[in-house]
Design a protein around this ligand. Sequence first.
Ligand SMILES: Nc1ncnc2c1ncn2[C@@H]1O[C@H](COP(=O)(O)OP(=O)(O)O)[C@@H](O)[C@H]1O
Ligand SMILES: [Mg+2]
Length: 391
Amino acid sequence: MVVGLAVLGGATIAGVYAPPDGLITLVLLLAIGLVQLALAHTIAAHRAALGSLRRQFQVGLALAIGVSLAGIGAVALAMFVSPHDALVLGLMLVFSAALGAYSASLLAAGVLGDVRSVQGAVKAVGEGRLDVSARTTASDELAELAHAANEAASILAVREAERDAAWKAHRDLIAAVSHDLRTPLTSLRLLSEAIEDEVAGPDERTRYLGEISNQIGSLGHLVDDLFELSRLEAGDIEWTMAQVELDELVGEAVETLQPQARAKGIKLLSTVPAGTAPARANPERLQRVLFNLLQNAIRHTPTDGSVWVLAESAGDHVELEIADSGEGIDASDRERVFEPFFRGARSRAGEGAGLGLAISRAIVEAHGGRIWLAESTSGTRVRLSLPTAGV
Ligand SMILES: Nc1ncnc2c1ncn2[C@@H]1O[C@H](COP(=O)(O)OP(=O)(O)O)[C@@H](O)[C@H]1O
Ligand SMILES: [Mg+2]
């Protein structure tokens, strides 16, 4: 490029004046260009040795001005201009070089300010402060860098909040598990001490043994539920999916729980319209969800109330609803009922560990479905949607 430009310059002078002038111009331009190029490449190669950006700017500027001054000096000599003209030319050049240096340093100060802003923000992020924001004064690459740094900080902040929430959930879970294990263990210890005690008669011992067996049974359920939930949450799901006819599945669940409902004086009904699309599901898991939901409904509905199951197709999904005319769920609890170990304020002690809905949600979501509380003016409506089996 330097050669091309020098030839162009030489040719122009040769055309306007005379060929010898053109030749001198060509030689001068080539000399200035090559010296400047060589110096620029050397400096660029040793940029690291120059240190700060400010220093690099200064050296770059000094190079441009220095070589131009030398070039103009050479031109003045070669053209045999008068000392007077050469002095005026030199002064003008120094003047414009000083102004150029000033303008360049203004620009450099802006760039350096922006670099410092990004640097400060990145450093703050490194120290764990994620609410920082790098601000720059132009819309250049540094602004893009600042934007990227700000974006990274806000992504990190979101991740950190998620991690904190997950940790809190984890700690709460461990606290809840320990509490739920400690209570039955304490009563088991007391019962076995009572049996060992010589004072207890045979009838009492039999009663205590019955109670021990109950406690062991519920501990077993709790551990099974916990195991199931942890497997579900770990994504350990190797189920065979099948085409599940909802009228059959709902029919079985209702039939099994009918005695329990009748004993409490509750009407248990189901409606699955003919032609309701079959669900794509694992029948045992889906049955388990239905049981959990129906048992909750029966448990939280008083005598003379009713519990009903509805199914309906909805596009490429089927929806199931388990509704009851019971006490309903407090507005303040609605958000949390699907969390592990959450028991509503109206739940009575010993009624359940609060894992039923958490397990149900995990199962439904593992099927690619969704479970939620539908709005209701009285009682509770739990709805879930599942993908239909492609028929
Ligand atoms: N049908 C319902 N009516 C009223 N409250 C309900 C109903 N189903 C669930 N709940 C509330 O949600 C909580 C969590 O339910 P669940 O996870 O099944 O736990 P558990 O049945 O072991 O208490 C219950 O303690 C109860 O307060
Ligand atoms: Mg339950």
